[in-house]
Design a protein around this ligand. Structure first.
Ligand SMILES: Nc1ncnc2c1ncn2[C@@H]1O[C@H](COP(=O)(O)OP(=O)(O)OP(=O)(O)O)[C@@H](O)[C@H]1O
Ligand SMILES: [Mg+2]
Length: 457
């Protein structure tokens, strides 16, 4: 889908202009010709986006002045100047004024072609990264908190805003690290309870013996070890929100007690008969489907799940990956005082192809390490987080291997990831890797990959 790279060719000699432009067109570039620097400026003012190649010596405005003006109009555009042979001082001046490169007359066409290509890649990279940063800068309100432009995340933001001001319980469902707690915080922040407490309780992390008192509090002497009176989380959350994270881990006898408290709006501390009235909104989160979880009381499930927000895993909102990655990498650069880094298009492809089993938390970790580990490439970082098998491949890759062995390793890894992603669905793998069935079969055989190993269990 790549359109031909654009070149703006500036030369006062008609013959030279024509010859060069024909040759560049044949090499796959889309060329606009200008006889004068003024014409070129005009093109730039109209928004030309590509590589500028200009002769230096021209009547009227010369190439160096064009360079200066072009830099002011659009600092991104790479400009290559054609200088006279041996004119070193001119070449130095050109580079100082921000030329991307200079090339001496008479020039080798292939060399020029190579330079244009490289300049063009650099331009694309700059534009892509600027777009990402601009998108980030333009976000405001909830879009600046819960980032992403995918349809899925847009819907979630709408759901949050429409649910925020009801007091009904919300159940958030999603895989690990995909933003459940952040969604809960947004529900709180955009509600009338925003200036009241948001109390989070991780039901998976509290020892069962302490759970009840964590939730409901206790009076002094209620049980051995209860020396002082203590308020429970529910009481702390009065007027605001209690966030029950990993609610699926709640011990079953407490499920009954919580249900009763939610129905009546009343609690009693352990060791006390005094009834405390509470006004709490309950938001809970779960990684599993509570409806099918045998252990979980269905009456409590219906109580918690008056509204439900489903968060899809990151691999199902791939278009958000570059934006999120840039966001977290920039944050890390600021936090650790490191220079910001520019993602290459091939890095973006790798990030988007990866399945992110740990979702946004994993992406955040990798973006941080990307800033901190100067010499690690994206593929190194992604693999480091991956299964043993890929670690092994990595280790082998690092030992002395021939180029073809390395390519084989890489190819096997891509096939493995695609098979995993599509759970052994051959047609989808063919489409993803753009391979005909026969070739795919041959390659799978070559690498000992069997689709049956990838079927959904
Ligand atoms: N859409 C998003 N935009 C920006 N940051 C996000 C987004 N989604 C998640 N994050 C960030 O990713 C990290 C993980 O999110 P969070 O803790 O909310 O996930 P979780 O689903 O609660 O994870 P777990 O299941 O492990 O409890 C947090 O740092 C959070 O701020
Ligand atoms: Mg969480």
């Amino acid at each position: 889908m790549n359109t031909a790279p654009k070149v703006l060719l500036v030369d006062d000699e008609e013959q030279v202009l024509k010859a060069n432009s024909q040759w560049l067109e044949l090499s796959g570039f889309s060329v606009i010709c200008c006889n004068t620097a003024h014409e070129a400026i005009n093109q730039l003012q109209q928004g030309f986006m590509g590589v500028v190649i200009s002769d230096v010596k021209m009547p009227g405005m010369d190439g160096l002045t064009l360079l200066e003006q072009a830099k002011q109009l659009n600092g991104n555009l790479p400009i290559i100047l054609i200088t006279g042979h041996g004119d070193v001082s001119m070449a130095v001046e050109a580079l100082q004024k921000g030329a991307y490169d200079f090339i001496e007359k008479p020039f080798d066409p292939d060399r020029l072609k190579e330079r244009i290509q490289r300049a063009h890649e650099q331009l694309e990279l700059k534009i892509k990264n600027q777009q990402l940063r601009q998108q980030l800068a333009e976000q405001s309100g909830i879009s600046a908190k819960l980032l992403g432009e995918s349809k899925a995340i847009q819907l979630v933001r709408e759901e949050i805003l429409s649910l925020a001001n009801f007091n009904t319980p919300v159940l958030i469902h999603g895989e690990t690290g995909c933003g459940k707690e952040l969604v809960a915080q947004c529900l709180h922040e955009y509600s009338q309870r925003a200036n009241k407490p948001f109390v989070a309780l991780n039901c998976g992390a509290i020892p069962e013996a302490l759970f009840e008192s964590e939730l409901f509090g206790h009076e002094a002497g209620a049980f051995s070890g209860a020396q002082k009176q203590r308020k429970g989380k529910l009481e702390h959350a009065d007027g605001g929100v209690v966030f029950l994270d990993e609610v699926e881990s709640m011990p079953s006898h407490l499920q009954v007690k919580l249900l009763r408290a939610l129905q009546s709006g009343e609690i009693e501390r352990l060791g006390s008969n005094r009834i405390i009235n509470l006004d709490i909104r309950v938001i809970s989160a779960t990684k599993v489907s509570l409806k099918d979880a045998g252990e979980f009381r269905q009456d409590l499930y219906y109580r918690l799940n008056v509204s439900e927000i489903n968060l899809s895993p990151l691999r199902e909102r791939q278009t958000d990956i570059p934006l999120l990655f840039t966001h977290f990498a920039d944050l890390a650069a600021e936090q650790y005082q490191r220079p910001v880094k520019t993602l290459a298009p091939s890095d973006i492809d790798l990030l988007m192809a990866y399945a992110w089993p740990g979702n946004i938390r994993e992406l955040r970790n990798i973006a941080t390490r990307y800033i901190l580990a100067r010499d690690k490439s994206i593929i190194d970082l992604i693999d480091a987080d991956n299964s043993k098998e890929i670690e092994e491949a990595d280790r082998i890759l690092e030992s002395v291997l021939s180029l073809s062995q390395k390519l084989n390793q890489y190819e096997r890894q891509l096939l493995h990831k695609a098979l995993e992603k599509y759970q052994g669905n051959i047609s989808q793998v063919m489409a993803e890797l753009d391979l005909p069935r026969r070739t795919l079969n041959q390659k799978m055989q070559k690498y000992g990959l069997n689709r049956l190993d990838y079927l959904e269990k």
